[in-house]
Structures are given as C-alpha cells and as structure tokens.
Design a protein around this ligand. Sequence first.
Ligand SMILES: [Zn+2]
Length: 316
Amino acid sequence: MSPRPDLGPRPRLGYAASPVDRATERRADADALRALESDPRARVYVIGGELIVLRKGEGGLDPLFACAEARALEGTREMAFLGLIDGAPRFVVALEPDAAAALKAGSTFEVVDLRSIAVRGLIAAEHLPPLAEGKALINWHARHRYCPNCGSATLVVEAGWRRDCPVCKAQHFPRTDPVAIMLPVAGDRCVLGRSHRFAPSMWSCLAGYIEPGEAIEDAVRRETREEAGIVCGRVAYFASQPWPFPTSLMIGCHVEAMSHDIVIEHNELADARWFDREEVALMLARQHPEGLTAPVPVAIAYHIIRAWVEDGVDFG
Ligand SMILES: [Zn+2]
C-alpha cells in the first residue's frame, strides 16, 4: 500500500456542528415566545426561497436583522424560532421570493443564494448551520400552506415547527429528506463520478435519495450499483450534514467495492471511473496536472473523499 498523503489542517464541515440550542420546550409556550421576540438580543435571518438577504455595512455583509427591521420589509410571510445562540434568540423570517429578488435593486442589501455565500465565504462560517436550519424550514412552509390531506389552508403553530389543519385536524411537521452519499473504495483506489450539472473538471462521490422502507446501507449499495454498476459489500458510516437544497440530510459513507467494471447509468451520471489515491490527493489540493478537482470543503463529499485519502477506511 502506498504512503497516505497529508493534506494539512482539515476545514470544518459547512452546515454541520450548529451552535444553535433549539430550546424546543419554548416553542409551544406563547409567553416565552413573546419574551424571546422582545429580547433586545434577538436577531433574525431573512430568507426568500433560495435567496438570503444580507445587509451591507461598514464591516462587510451582515445576515442579522433586528426583529422590527425584518418585519418591516415588504412581502414577509412566516416567522420561526430557530433557537438560542449563546442565550440570544435567533429567528428566521420568510420573504416572498419576488420580494427578496426586488431588494437586489437598492444599495442597502446584498441578496445572494446560500451556496454562493458558503463557497465564497461572504459571511462568518458560524452562520451557515442556522441558515441551513432556517432555509429548510422556510422552504417547507412555502410548500405546506395547504393541507396535503384535505386541501384547506393550514395554520402556523409551535413557533414555526408545525402547521395544523383547522378542518381535518391533521398536524404537519417539517420534513427532512435523507440522501446517501458514498465513496466506493477498493484498497488504494476509489470510484468518483460526474453529474451532468457539474463543472467539466469536477468529480465527486455518488449519491441518491434513500427510499421509504430502505436502510442507509441498502441505499448506498443500491445507488452505487444503479449509477456505476459496481457491486458493493460492507458500508462504513462517516458523518452527516444538513444540505438545505431544499431539505436534504446528506449521510456520508464509504462502501467496499466488490466488482471492478463500471457501467454508467447516463440519466444519473455523465461519467464515472476509478482513481488512485495519489491522483485524488492532487485533486483535493487543487494541484492536478489536468485541472481535475474534488468538491469544495463546504460539501460533505470533500470530507468523505479526504478521509479515505488520508486515513483509509476501516470496514470493521
Ligand atoms: Zn386538512
């Protein structure tokens, strides 16, 4: 086995390790919520669909608004309590996406999608987990204003963490969609794929939604077989992170490749092939002679790939 590269300090995983104490016990307590909203330390993120509204200030871009400032914006919809950060209440307010886009016109705000904010490092990284929480929640609200059971208009309750139907009495909870994202490995080699939407130089892990009634391990093996034709054995869980595009949870794994020949499912993948460890290390370090790259560190794929490059995988 060849020596394993050392790529230096590991960057943090973009949307994971949230500083938010969700304080879920306060959601149903109207008095506690009023007190949280009127707390002078309370701050709000403003989100319109894919767009995050940032205030332009002397010190750079600021994603935080006072409650009254946020409510005064045109086109506000639902408000939700995200939790406490160092004891200070943090909320999210939804804007109609058109209203958010309209704010681009003035000079007061920078209105940017969350992917760009994360990749370009436009604001402090500590805001990414609560923004992921808020964005996923706001997306869910926008899609559940009517009861999926009977079609009646639903009402926001529990500080934005539930919508109730006043007609059929159904209670609706925010959803999270689990996605398996995996790196098939065999000794010093791994399989990377390219989605049709990737930049031409970029290669990454394989991934797919976990289906109802399916275990994570089975989804990892099924997706790897379907997308790349590789038969897989043991699965090792690595880490997870929220991926609010719109409401996914990425569940990162390494998987033992038991077969060699790749058969690409072209509806899913533009390409897939085997890479050896040294080549992948150059891609992670952005030093590949042909300019091939791995994903950016805000994506869990970077960390799944890097962990294998530096540490290998113990399938137990
Ligand atoms: Zn209903």
